[in-house]
Ligand binder design. Structure first.
Ligand code: FAD
Length: 303
């Protein structure tokens, strides 16, 4: 029996949705990417365990995808299975006065709103970061002086042998846009606890509104992108270096260095992965030649 039929049967057993030949561009904020062979919408840790076990036994390539907000997907697509950890696996609940439990597919923005509802402060920095909690922990996402590292209390993940493990922050190797999970891409995060503090609801709301307003005025949110295209190099800022080199507005095909914020490469409508990679390579090369700084891509390539 072809593996897709077996996978479909497993999806029926665990009541998970499956789509075949699904365009990745519909699952990345860049709106780029060819088709994957199949996309499975994970709905629980149990179903995730079963899919991982099946895919490993059958030796089938797979990739764990959250919201796809930090991904550049190849034009050729992905010849394997995408395990989509999103809306179907997105529980958020209060554990006690100050701790929030959420499963990996929960939207980080929804967790921020849930914290606001419960007058909990500490996660306001994340309001405006699109993506899931799993993706945010993987990336140690951060903004405006805060990062996931500051609020994570513990997490669970499935290791390469299919065991569910608990992990504490000091074991997560959290640093600027980095975590242990980026070193072990065979680990899959299932849930986590954020530890926050009781605060004044009106102050929390004011801070969230202010940060969202700053994003709206500074970032090119009107175009598809994967957020900041380059990591912040030691001792400078990618956007500053790109601007100093006169590269604002530079285009390759449908990919453009945003005219609003030069740290973002945007899709002006018809960009391919090839356009984005050609543009980012060009930008990195010129910045290196003119300033000596090395720019490293922040989004991950899915191919
Ligand atoms: C407009 C815009 C603004 C942004 N602003 C910010 C910002 O201010 N700060 C910031 O840090 N980022 C920012 N980003 C980038 C992005 O939103 C974050 O990196 C986000 O945390 C990624 O989450 P995701 O669910 O989309 O992950 P994805 O992009 O789907 O995946 C990213 C990586 O995480 C892995 N992953 C996802 N879920 C799991 C899981 N459950 N277990 C194991 N691995 C997993 C994937 O395999 C992949 O390697 C921005 C992006 C956009 C488009």
């Amino acid at each position: 029996m072809p593996y897709i039929d077996k996978l479909s049967a497993l999806c029926r057993e665990y009541e998970c949705e499956i789509k075949t030949d699904e365009p990745l561009k519909n699952h990345t904020t860049f709106r780029i990417g060819g088709n994957c062979r199949a996309m499975v919408y994970v709905n629980s840790a149990e179903s995730l365990l079963a899919f991982l076990s099946f895919l490993k036994t059958e030796n089938i390539r797979y990739f764990v995808l959250g919201r796809g907000s930090n991904i550049i997907a190849a034009d050729e697509g992905f010849d394997g299975v995408i395990l989509k950890i999103g809306r179907d696996f997105s529980e958020i609940r209060l554990l006690n006065e100050t701790d929030i439990f959420c499963t990996a597919g929960a939207s980080l923005m929804d967790v921020c709103l849930f914290a606001l509802e419960n007058s909990l402060e500490g996660i306001e920095f994340a309001y405006g970061i699109p993506g899931t909690c799993g993706g945010a922990l993987f990336m140690n996402a951060g903004a405006y002086g805060g990062e996931v590292k500051d609020i994570i209390k513990s997490a669970h993940y499935i290791d390469s042998t299919g065991k569910i493990c608990e992990i504490q922050p000091e074991e997560m190797s959290l640093s600027y846009r980095h975590s242990l999970f980026a070193e072990h891409t065979d680990y899959v995060i299932t849930d986590m606890i954020f530890s926050l503090k009781k605060g004044e609801q009106s102050d929390i709301k004011a801070k969230m509104d202010d940060l969202m307003e700053r994003r709206r005025t500074k970032q090119p949110l009107e175009f598809p992108s994967a957020g900041s295209t380059f990591k912040r190099p030691e001792g400078s800022y990618a956007s500053l270096l790109i601007e100093q080199c006169g590269l604002k507005g530079l285009s390759v095909g449908g990919a453009q260095v945003s005219t609003k914020h030069s740290g973002f490469v945007v899709n002006t409508g018809s960009a391919t992965c090839g356009d984005v990679l050609e543009l980012t390579e060009k930008v990195s090369r010129i910045v290196k030649e003119k300033t000596g700084f090395e720019l490293e891509l922040e989004p991950l390539l899915l191919k």
